[in-house]
Design a protein around this ligand. Structure first.
Ligand code: AHM
Ligand code: MG
Length: 332
């Protein structure tokens, strides 16, 4: 039985994992691990609130809309507040940006020690909470450029520049998936000791699996090539799985393979998912696990963002499956 640092037979926490990764970079100050520890603290607090949401009467609409014009759920606001409070105390953070807030928040300038930007969707898929569905927090960590004054321009970085990304899935267990650019690791929260414990390191997504994940009810409004893909998949014994909560759909695909699609539709002509804090973090996870992620013809990580809440069409998952979708979408 192996007993190296990546062995899942040893008890190995998220914190130890990040410290070990940081040790690979001589001269690292430790600021990065403080940020991951804040996200992990927020994840534990949000997991606790999600579990008690119905008992605390915290489900349903907040009565407000976010910048995207979507109804905010009470739990969206609670999760956002928890992340802002956990990350707000970390001295190296320059900018925080959330799906729930119209503008990014400048915490400190580069000259005052602001080194990193953290972008997040505090509670993705929150509309499924009413029926006890799995929801998640998606995050990405970027370097701050002290020469750029505008916070929005600072965070509009290509996905290939992400230092780390991941998600926390609040399902039957609480799963923390992270990459710092050296593979993908999965931790699960042991609620009795309050730590995220490593259960799987260097995750590799299967290169093919005959399962697609899409909101097929919108298929009439998909561009022709995506409709062709679905016809092809039906004729080729594909199965379908769609939860409608991105972290849950991505997590299944990461572990079992398959492909996720959110093409342009009539109501969302640019796609529904947001580039900076939904598509990019998931694309980094997929690519680090050996999968692919595309927005139209462009690799997601190469898309140049123009604004904080930019939406994109998205196809991600197993390499071969993504290529088949792209082939149909391009009319090949
Ligand atoms: P949200 O950020 O408002 O929760 O919306 C994002 C969610 C994703 O979790 C999911 O993949 C998608 O929206 C589902 O959309 P639809 O209900 O249109 O299928
Ligand atoms: Mg979202």
């Amino acid at each position: 039985m192996p007993h190296g640092p990546s062995s899942v037979h040893n008890l190995y926490s998220l914190q130890s994992h990040i410290l070990a990764e940081e040790a690979l970079h001589p001269g690292a100050s430790g600021d990065f691990s403080w940020i991951v520890s804040a996200i992990s603290l927020a994840g534990k607090a949000i997991a606790h609130r999600v579990r008690r949401a119905r008992l605390e009467n915290a489900l349903g609409d907040e009565g407000s809309t976010n910048v995207q014009g979507e109804a905010q759920q009470r739990m969206d606001v609670i999760a956002n507040d928890i992340l802002m409070r956990c990350l707000g105390s970390r001295a190296s953070i320059a900018v925080l940006a959330s799906e729930e807030d119209e503008e990014p928040t400048i915490m400190r300038r580069g000259k005052d020690g602001g080194k990193y930007c953290v972008l997040f969707d505090p509670l993705d898929g929150s509309s499924t909470l009413d029926s006890n569905g799995a929801v998640g927090t998606i995050f990405t960590i970027l370097r701050n450029d002290p020469l750029i004054e505008s916070a929005e321009r600072t965070v509009c970085q290509q996905g290939s520049k992400q230092i780390a990304s991941g998600y926390i899935l609040y399902g039957p267990s609480t799963a923390f998936v992270i990459t710092t650019g050296t593979g993908v690791a999965l931790f699960e929260l042991d609620p009795f000791i309050g730590s995220f414990i490593l259960v799987k390191n260097n995750i590799r997504i299967p290169s093919s699996k005959r399962i697609y994940s899409v909101n097929e009810a919108y298929s009439e409004s998909f561009p022709h090539g995506y409709q062709e893909y679905l016809r092809w998949a039906h004729a080729n014994n594909y199965s379908s799985r769609y939860i409608g909560s991105l972290c849950a759909d991505v997590h299944r695909i990461l572990l079992n393979g398959g492909v996720f699609l959110y093409p342009p539709t009539i109501s969302h002509p640019d796609g529904k998912l947001r580039l900076l804090y939904e598509a990019n973090p998931m694309a980094m996870i997929m690519e680090q696990a050996g999968g692919l992620s595309y927005c139209g013809n462009t690799a997601t990580l190469d898309v140049q963002p123009m604004k904080l809440h930019q939406r994109v069409p998205l196809v991600l998952g197993s390499r071969d499956e993504v290529r088949i979708v792209l082939g149909h979408a391009a009319g090949l």
